[in-house]
Design a protein around this ligand. Structure first.
Ligand SMILES: [Zn+2]
Length: 203
């Protein structure tokens, strides 16, 4: 499913989900590919349990040239180690790392700190959407389907969108709600952190 245009592919390579099992939750995160003729951006890299699937999906595609991390929970960034030397764009300030964050991401030498309004490779616009974590970004891309927002866990699935809040807000419930409202108002399509893409209908 390409949510971009004839010259820009925007598609989930892996579609996230959360499945409750007798032994705990099986958590899979969404990994999105944004690619033009010259550039290939990944938004998030998925968890350890998604490494093989990610490598399979990437095999026929042009090499990844940039990575954007929505936030540093392990299920969204564990596979960063598969891409040594590739620039990693993420919100690293204020330096506030959530529990369940991988400490070693702080050591990535190619990390580039991004802020609201920054553009990555001329294709992907950065929005700061704190709430689920303090340092959390969403990625906006414009295409034939309008504005696509790749939201990480600011909106992790359609339930979050319907409830107007992410079901986990480690940093600020109030701020998280404000950001969900902002994202839904601006989006034509959402690619959420743990679900399939969905269209946003405006009254
Ligand atoms: Zn998270």
């Amino acid at each position: 499913m390409n949510l971009g245009s004839s010259t820009l592919v925007v598609e989930p390579l892996l579609t996230g989900s959360v499945t409750t099992t007798a032994d705990g939750n099986l958590v899979l995160a969404t990994v999105t590919s944004i690619r033009s003729r010259a550039r290939h951006i990944l938004v998030d890299t998925g968890g350890f349990n998604q490494q093989l699937a990610l490598q399979q999906r990437l095999e026929p595609l042009p090499p990844v040239t940039s990575i954007i991390v929505t936030h540093f929970h392990w299920d969204h960034c564990a596979n960063l180690r598969l891409f040594p030397g590739i620039p990693v764009y993420a919100m690293t300030e204020p330096k506030w790392f959530d529990r369940a964050t991988l400490g070693d991401v702080q050591l990535i030498p190619t990390m580039v700190s991004v802020h609201e309004g920054d553009t990555v490779d001329g294709l992907a616009n950065i929005w700061e959407v704190p709430g689920h974590t303090a340092n959390h970004v969403a990625v906006a891309v414009l295409g034939d389907h309008g504005r696509v927002l790749i939201t990480g866990d600011a909106i992790s699935d359609t339930t979050d969108a319907a409830q107007g809040a992410p079901h986990l807000a480690f940093y600020s419930e109030m701020e998280a709600r404000r950001q969900v409202g902002r994202l839904l108002t601006a989006a034509d399509w959402i690619i959420p952190g743990h679900g399939a893409p969905f269209e946003v209908f405006h009254a």
